[in-house]
Structures are given as C-alpha cells and as structure tokens.
Design a protein around this ligand. Structure first.
Ligand code: FAD
Ligand code: NAP
Length: 559
C-alpha cells in the first residue's frame, strides 16, 4: 500500500477523524459488511436502532412469521464451516430459528463488540474538503466516516396507514413489523387484522387459532400458494451440504432469483391444457414459491400468466366453502406474480373456521377507526385489538428517513423526487462513498435477499479496495452511467408484466410516492452487469484522483 493510500484508509481510532466505514443496520447485510470491513483492516462500526442483531428477524415476531425461501438457501454462504455445522430444522425456518442463526453468526465472529445498539442514525452530511461523512446519531454524537454503508433494509420502515380516527382506538394495536417481544396472547379476544399481504397471510391462521373471533379486513386479495412446510430430513440436508459450494454458485450465477427451484423447460402456451394442469398440480402439492417457475413465460405473457392465475383461483374456490368469501379471496385485478407471491400455511382453509370473518373493503370501504373498533360503510366491527399487517415504505423508506446531504447539500428525497435512482442500485451520483446495500435498481426484493446482500457487500468491499489501491479518497457514481442504469432497469421491467400491479415494488402502497418499478429483475444478469462494469475499467465509477486523497491528511491534521 502507498503512503497516501494508507493515510486515506489506515486504521484510525474513532473520535479523531472517525471510522473508515460506518454501517447502518445490523441485519444480514450490516453483519456481513462488518465482517468484510474487518477483513480489509478497516476501522468500522455498525449503528443499529434495535437492541440486538437480526434486522427483519428481530422486528417481525408476529405469530407464523417464517421465511418463504428454503432455509438451506436463505442463509449465508460466506462461512463454509457455518453452513456445514448449522442445523436448520424445518424446510421454511421460523422467525425464532432465523433470529437464533443470526445471533449465532454475531457470536461466532465476535461482531457485537463493533456494534452500537439502540441508536439511530439521524443524519449524514458529506464534507467535501475532508472527503468524509459527518454522521449524527440519536445519542447526539457526531461520528466521521470515510465510507457510509446503508444496510438499512428494504422492508424495515413499517407503515401504519393514516386512517381517520386511527389513534382513537381504545384497545391494543400492533404492527406485524414491530411486534412485542414478549408476544401477544389473543385468547378470548376479538381481533381485527387489517391487510392480507405476506405478513397478514402468515399471521391470520395463527391468530385465528387463538382468538375468540378474528375479522380480516382485506382491500386487495393476494395470490398465495401452500408452503407444505415440514421438518427437514437428513438425506435432503446431506444432499445440500455435500454440494453447497456448487449449489451456491449456481444460485448466484445461473438463476433469475438467486434461488434454486425446479426450473421450467418451456412456456405455458407450448403445453396442452392437461400438461399445464399436471405441471401446476405437482408444484402446488410440493409447495412453496417453486410454483412460480412452472413455465418460462409466466411473467412475460398475459395469456400464459392467466393459466397460472386460473389454477390458483380454482384451488381457492375448492378450499373455501362459502362461495362469497371464496370470490372475495380470488385476485382478479392484476396478473399473478406481479405482486410478491405469498406462501402460506393453511391460509385459505382458515376462512372455513366459524370464528373467522372476511370483510371485503372493496364492497364496504373502511371509513374510520373508532374507540370501539373498525367502521366500514356497513357498520362498526367491535374488536379488542387491531393488528396492522399493512406493510412497509419499501426499498426507499429507511434511506429517506435519514437526513442525508451529499455534494452541495443535496438531499436524497430531492434527488429521488421522480423516483429512486442509483447506479447499479448501489451508488448515487452526488453522494460519494455512500453505498446502499440492495438499493433500488438492484435485484434485492425480487431475489433470495441473502444472495443479493452478499453480492453487494462483496462489491462494496472491492470498490473500497480499489479506492485504496488508487489512493482515492472518494468514489462516486457517474451521472451518465446512473441514467443509463435507471433506463435499463425500467426497460427490463417493461418487458415483463411486473409493472401491471399497483404493488409496493412500484411504490403504489405509499400515497404520493412516485410510481416507478424499483427492483431489478435478474440475479445472474445483474451480477454479469456489475462484473462487466468492473472489467471495463470500473465503468460508471468515478474515483477521485490522488490529489483529493490529501484531503484526508488535511482532515487528520485539523482533528
Ligand atoms: P434488515 O434485516 O431490514 O435490517 C436493517 C436494519 O437496519 C434493521 O435492524 C433496522 O433497525 C436498521 N436501521 C434502519 N434504519 C436505521 C437507522 N437510521 N439507524 C439505525 N438503524 C437503522 N427475504 C427473502 O429473501 N426471503 C424471505 O423468506 C424473506 N422473508 C421475509 C419476511 C418478513 C416478515 C419480512 C418483513 C421480510 C422478509 N424478507 C425475506 C426480506 C428481508 O428483509 C431480507 O431477506 C433480509 O432480512 C434483509 O436484511 P438487511 O440486513 O438488508 O435488512
Ligand atoms: P404488503 O404486502 O404491502 O401488504 C400490506 C397489506 O395491507 C395489503 O393487503 C394492503 O392492501 C393492506 N393495506 C395497506 N394499507 C391499507 C389501508 N389503508 N386499508 C386497508 N388495507 C391496507 O406488506 P406485508 O404483508 O408486510 O409484506 C411485505 C413484504 O415483506 C412481502 O411482499 C415480502 O416481500 C416480505 N414478507 C415475506 C414474508 C415471507 O413469507 N417470508 C412474510 C412477510 C413479509 P392493498 O394491497 O389493497 O394495498
């Protein structure tokens, strides 16, 4: 390493000019980033508002919460011993099991000593002269950081809609994404669940088992497929563990979603009606999101898509005994797979229970929350508790809630007023040395997120290494490259049916949020695009020249 480079990136004690890397968030992303930063010899610190590690799996403790990608795949690949030693007990792990896995990783790699808990990052300002971020914490502390990594999560800004009278309710209220740690006992209670997305669909069967009565308030029905969750058998686990490195490589390099499924060989319209039925049927019986991969044209052809949607609607009508309830549960206003497919455990059958009622808000709209319950146009539904399963300000909410000011004092909401933009979904022009793990414009929520997180963290590490090798104090996305990437993300989405649903992928669940399709479809193609940019002399990245690195020396002298 050159003298200049070492001045720019060598270990410094915090409190002088700060850290080489400040990481916001201690979920899957923040923990791996910390591990990599340490490995590069950087001084690094994680700031986490929660009181422990886990991110999503720390917050979302609602009954029924579990992953919808098989546990053997929804896990880190970077620690070979860990993936051999860790025992997943179920096909789809429960929230407590995933949380204990993440805690185990933190202990195994002694990560907690570099994490500050119960502290929020409130603001960050780019200091052009010093070429570093000045970060303000909720504790009032100011911390300097050469690099700022937003490992803040795509689904971490829980959202309770601004319903009239919301705060007048005299019973207990909960949000699935901010669930009490001591748990909730619904026994003998009348309960309302508002929302029927993935969280609602997982929680509803569990709450129905406990509550005296459960009323589900549904605005738009979702498509859901059965999980067919089961304990993992030893042979299946052995099959994975004996080939883990190769299977992980395949997931990263050869799949659209970062997950290995039974991949399709042909389009739905190339198959006869009987063949389609057979294909859908065995996947439905096997369970899980594997169903989505029955044919290779399901997200590009409306006609093909309609065959899968019809199959699921037939299953709903078969399971749910009351025809009016079944009809209300059948989605018809958007193509299947254009909203995140839900994976459930006994969801539709729950509506056959005598203690469960479905209120179709399309027929009787929700007028207000009142002290006694939920009022729709048909009258008051009196309840003891309300569970909001109303989702998140996805992909951008956690980022824009931090007051981040880049070059010239420009804020991210200003930059993103027409929709989020980031080069490779990772770096923002005008915001040097700022990285968004699984940011908008990257595969993120359209993928096995652990796979996408690992790829982003590895890429960030390479960018920081490259800056160090060049003696560059700063690296920034190029505007033209950012424009081209945003156009490409839109072009890829526009070639599919994905933008056809008013989904949270489009920002449609947040009033006033620009309607832009945010994630990038294609894990393997995305990886290729990143590698091509690196191979092409770091196309799209502007590294400050060596002279700028002397800013670091000046800053150190001032401190
Ligand atoms: P998170 O786990 O969200 O962690 C971000 C952390 O940043 C949080 O702990 C938050 O408190 C912290 N933070 C945010 N802002 C600040 C701030 N300003 N200051 C300090 N701290 C801050 N994905 C899949 O691929 N498969 C699944 O099966 C799956 N299931 C899911 C189930 C649920 C219920 C939910 C909500 C999401 C699920 N996801 C799933 C997506 C999931 O979010 C990711 O898989 C993954 O856990 C994200 O990890 P992360 O570290 O990027 O973000
Ligand atoms: P979501 O998919 O956004 O669903 C929110 C639900 O709340 C929708 O049914 C929505 O109805 C409803 N809603 C929102 N505002 C409302 C209002 N004002 N009045 C009435 N209803 C309202 O949120 P989520 O279920 O929390 O899931 C978010 C994402 O997290 C998932 O898509 C998935 O990526 C991830 N997740 C995964 C799992 C898993 O299985 N592993 C579990 C949970 C979450 P409309 O559709 O009409 O807006």
């Amino acid at each position: 390493m050159t003298a200049t480079a070492s001045a720019a990136h060598g270990r410094r004690a915090p409190g002088s000019s700060g850290f080489d890397m400040l990481i916001v968030g201690a979920g899957f992303a923040g923990l791996y980033m910390l591990h990599r930063a340490r490995g590069m010899g950087l001084s690094a610190r994680v700031i986490e508002v929660a009181s422990d590690v886990g991110g999503t799996w720390w917050w979302n403790r609602y009954p029924g919460a579990r992953c919808d990608i098989e546990s053997l795949q929804y896990s880190y690949s970077w620690d070979e011993d860990l993936q051999q030693e860790w025992t997943w007990t179920e096909r789809f792990a429960t929230q407590p099991e995933i949380l204990s896995y993440i805690r185990h990783v933190a202990e195994r790699h002694d990560l907690r000593r570099d994490i500050t808990f119960e502290t929020r990052v409130d603001a960050a300002e780019w200091d052009e002269d010093a070429a570093r971020w000045s970060v303000t914490l909720s504790s009032g502390e100011q911390v300097g950081a050469r690099n700022l990594v937003l490992a803040t999560g795509c689904l971490s800004a829980a959202r309770v809609p601004d319903l009239p009278g919301r705060d007048s309710f005299r019973g207990a209220t909960y949000h699935t994404g901010d669930w009490p740690h001591e748990g909730v006992d619904f026994a003998g209670k009348t309960v309302a669940v508002i929302g029927a997305g993935s969280s609602g669909i997982q929680a509803i069967p569990e709450i129905a088992r406990q509550a005296a009565h459960l009323t589900v308030f549904q605005r738009t029905p979702n498509f859901s497929v059965p999980a067919r969750n089961q304990p993992l058998d030893d042979n299946y686990v052995h099959g994975w563990k004996s080939r883990y490195p190769e299977l992980r490589r395949q997931a990263r390099e050869e799949t659209r979603s970062g997950t290995i499924y039974d991949f399709p060989e042909r389009g739905a319209l190339e198959a006869s009606a009987e063949e389609r039925e057979r294909e859908y049927r065995w996947r439905w019986e096997k369970g899980g999101a594997n169903f989505m991969h029955a044919f290779n044209d399901l997200v590009i052809s409306e006609e093909a898509n309609a065959t899968a949607a019809a199959f699921v609607r037939d299953r709903i009508r078969e399971i749910v005994k009351d025809p009016a309830t079944a009809a209300a549960l059948c989605p018809s206003s958007y193509p299947i797979f254009t909203k995140r497919i839900c994976v459930d455990d006994n969801y539709y059958a729950t509506y056959n229970r005598p203690n469960v009622t479905l209120v179709n808000l399309r027929e009787t709209p929700l007028d207000a929350i009142e002290p006694g319950g939920v009022r729709t146009s048909a009258g008051l539904h009196e309840v003891d508790a309300i569970v909001y399963a109303t989702g998140f300000d996805a992909m951008t909410g956690a980022i824009t809630s931090i007051d981040i000011r880049g070059k010239g004092g420009r804020t991210i909401p200003e930059k993103w007023k027409d929709g989020p933009r980031a080069y490779l979904g990772l770096m923002l022009e005008g915001f040097p040395n700022l990285f968004a793990v699984t940011g908008p414009g990257s595969p993120s929520v359209l993928s096995n997120m652990v796979v996408s997180i690992e790829q982003h963290v590895d890429l960030i590490s390479r960018i920081v290494e490259e800056a160090r090798a060049r003696g560059a104090a700063a690296v920034e996305a190029d505007r033209a490259a950012e424009d081209a990437w945003v156009a490409h993300v839109n072009e890829v989405a526009a070639a599919t049916l994905l933008p056809k649903a008013a989904s949270w992928y489009m920002g449609a669940n947040i009033p006033g949020k620009p309607r832009v399709f945010m994630p990038y479809l294609g894990v393997s193609t995305y990886r290729e695009a990143c590698e091509a940019a690196v191979a092409d002399g770091w196309r799209g990245f502007r590294f400050a020249d060596r002279a700028a690195a002397s800013a670091d020396a000046r800053a150190a002298a001032r401190a």
